[in-house]
Design a binder for this molecule. Structure first.
Ligand SMILES: *Cc1c(COP(=O)(O)O)cnc(C)c1O
Length: 241
């Protein structure tokens, strides 16, 4: 891809973001565009940086680690958006600025303990920012806490994980279609509002919407959208990175 093409992609995404934000009574500045760079080569990420993308989303610790080792450009912000196994939690804390995919108390407690250790040895100042991933579609293939379990998990994380800062919720919409996706996004927003009213969250970010459904997500209240193919084009296979 040329930088001109990527610039056009990003301008088109930003224009749609602005329109959808307006339809939801907000402004373009209320919605962050995260560039989902999984299975994209570093050159493409550098191009995205030059086009003004400053936050990248990756879904595997190992791929993030490879990119971190080879990175030569200015510091960017990195969000983990894929399922995180507990045995990779330490690396994830080292490699990411935010983990959007926290979906169990066990994982949260593990992260909390790691952040506490790092803070006490002066390696990383807490708290560490997380989001709680909710499986709003009920699809078995998707990770995330169930909508029914979301509030209890949030409450436990707030009361037990003092080194984590839960700043909102994340979901992946169903592939099924626009109206199903919209229902998923509306559910995430309702859960966030309930959590806020009952538990008093410090922030209420909603990370929802991808290339195919981000406009609906913004209309339903997304504050961050995760755009992969809509910015970078088709993903590579792993051996071509
Ligand atoms: C891959 C991925 C995206 C981006 O998907 P596109 O359809 O390429 O925009 C967003 N969120 C998550 C969790 C992903 O895994």
């Amino acid at each position: 891809m040329t930088i001109e093409t990527m610039m056009e992609n990003i301008s088109a995404v930003r224009a749609k973001v602005a329109e959808a934000a307006k339809r939801s009574g907000r402004g373009e500045e209320d919605v962050t565009v995260i560039g989902v760079s999984k299975f994209q080569p570093l050159d493409a990420l550098y191009m995205a940086l030059d086009c003004g993308i400053t936050i990248f989303g990756e879904n595997r610790v190992q791929e993030r680690e490879q990119k971190a080792a080879a990175w030569t450009r200015e510091r960017a912000e990195w969000h983990m958006i894929g399922h995180l196994q507990r045995n990779k939690a330490r690396k994830a804390v080292e490699l990411f600025d935010c983990i959007q995919s926290v979906d169990s108390l066990e994982l949260a407690l593990t992260l909390d303990r790691i952040v506490a250790e790092k803070a006490s040895s002066g390696l990383k100042a807490g708290p560490f920012v997380i989001m709680i991933e909710v499986n709003t579609s009920g699809e078995g293939s998707k990770s995330g806490v169930s909508p029914e379990g979301c509030l209890a998990l949030t409450e436990k994380i707030i009361s037990e994980c003092h080194n984590l800062l839960a700043c909102g919720f994340m979901t992946v919409g169903p592939l099924a279609g626009e109206s199903e996706a919209r229902r998923s996004f509306a559910l995430l927003r309702a859960l966030a509002e309930e959590a806020d009213a009952r538990l008093g969250l410090k922030a209420r970010h909603l990370s929802m919407g991808m290339s195919g459904d981000f406009e609906a997500a913004i209309e339903e209240g997304a504050t961050a959208v995760r755009i992969g193919t809509g910015i970078f084009g088709a993903r590579r296979s792993q051996d071509k990175l």
